[in-house]
Design a protein around this ligand. Sequence first.
Ligand code: NAD
Ligand code: ZN
Length: 389
Amino acid sequence: MKAVCWNGANDMRVETVPDPKILNPRDAIVKITTTAICGSDLHIYNGYIPTMEKGDIMGHEFMGEVVELGSAVKNLKKGDRVIVPFTISCGHCYFCQHDFWSLCDNSNPNAWMAEKLMGYSPSGLFGYSHMMGGYAGGQAEYARVPFADVGLFKIPDGLTDEQVLFLTDILPTGYMAADNCNIQPGDIVAVWGCGPVGQFTIRSAYLLGAERVIAIDRIPERLSLAEKYGGAETLNYEKVDVGEALKEMTGGRGPDACIDAVGMEAHGIDLDYLYDQAKQAVRLETDRPIVLRQMMVACRKGGHISIPGVYVGVIDKMPMGAAMNKALTFKMGQTHVHKYLPALLSYIEDGKIDPSFVITHTLPLEQAPHGYEIFNQRKDNCIKVVLKP
Ligand code: NAD
Ligand code: ZN
C-alpha cells in the first residue's frame, strides 16, 4: 500500500510499504477513505519528537471502512463505516473505566522508553513515534487498529467524511480544552493559537456558555476565521502586548480562563539540545515556556488554565510561583476522545456544529509532502489539510 513516511525533519515521503495485518484477536484493519494532517504532526515534521525512525508511517486523524476483523471483535462487521480516535485505549484498565481514555495503561508497549526520557509513560497514539507505542499511522491506504471493539466508532449514513473526520481528534480536543475551564455564565475565555484546535476551542467555549472569547495569533486568515466563524475578539501578538491588552479588555481582572492551543513550537526549543538529551536518555527541559508564562500572568486570580497544546516533557522547568499565589487550576492532557465523541457526533447530526469549516485544502495522499509544507509554513492561507488515499 501507499503511506506517508517520515524520513527525517522536514522530509515526508509517500512510499510503498507492506499492508498491515491482524496481529491480535481484538484488531481490525481499516481501509482509509479520509485522513488529515494535525498540528501535532508538525511537531514530528519539525523534528521535535526524538523517537521517530526512518520509514515510520504518519497520521492519527483518519476514518474509513472495516475490511478485516480479528476473531475477538464482536461489535463490528466488514463494511462498517468508522472513525478512529487518535488515542489507543484498551477499554478495561482503571483509566479507561474512569473516562480517562487517553491515559490507558495497556496501549503503549514502549512505555519504558518514555519513562527513561521523560520520567513518565504516556499511552499509545497512532503514528506518533516509538515512545508513544510505535503504531503505524493513518496517512495511508490501510491501518491496523488495536482494541477495535472500543477504538472504532460507527458513523451513521448521511454525514460526509469531512463532517465527522475531526471527531477523531481536534474537535474533541477543542471541546475538552474548553470543558476543562469550568466555564460559568459571563466568563471571558482567552485562547492562544487560532489553528484548527484553537478554532474548535473558541466554538466550544461559546457552546459551554462563555460570554466573550478573546483569540490570540499572528496569522491574519486565522484571526479573521476566529472572528467571522467563531465570533471571537482577536489580538495579533506581533502587534500588541498581549498581557496589557488582556488586562484592558477584562477591566483589569484578567480572563477567567486561559487556554494554550499552541504547544511547544512557540517556545523555540533548541533541537540540538533536545537530541543531545535524548541520546543520553536524560530528562528534556527548557526554560522558555512563553505562552504558558503569558497565561499564568494574565489569568485572573482563581482562574483556570487549560493546555491542549502538546509538550513532550520539555516544560518541566515551568515557574510555579504565580500559579500558586494566584490559586490557579490547571487541566491538560491528550484528549479523552472516547468520552466526548458520542455527544459531539450528535451536535454534528443536529447541525449545531459543522467542523468542515476549517478545511482549506483537500489533496490526494501522494501530495502529502506538499500538504505538510504549506501547513507548516502557513502558506496558501492553509489552515487544515485533508488527504484522500
Ligand atoms: P497549528 O500549528 O495549526 O496551530 C498553532 C497556532 O498557534 C498557529 O496558528 C500559530 O500561529 C499560533 N501561535 C504560535 N505561537 C503563538 C503565540 N506565542 N501566541 C499565540 N499563538 C501562537 O496546530 P493545531 O492543529 O491547531 O494544534 C494546536 C496544538 O494542539 C498543537 O500543539 C497540537 O499538537 C495540539 N493538539 C493537542 C491534542 C491533545 O490531545 N491535547 C490534540 C490535537 C492537537
Ligand atoms: Zn491530531
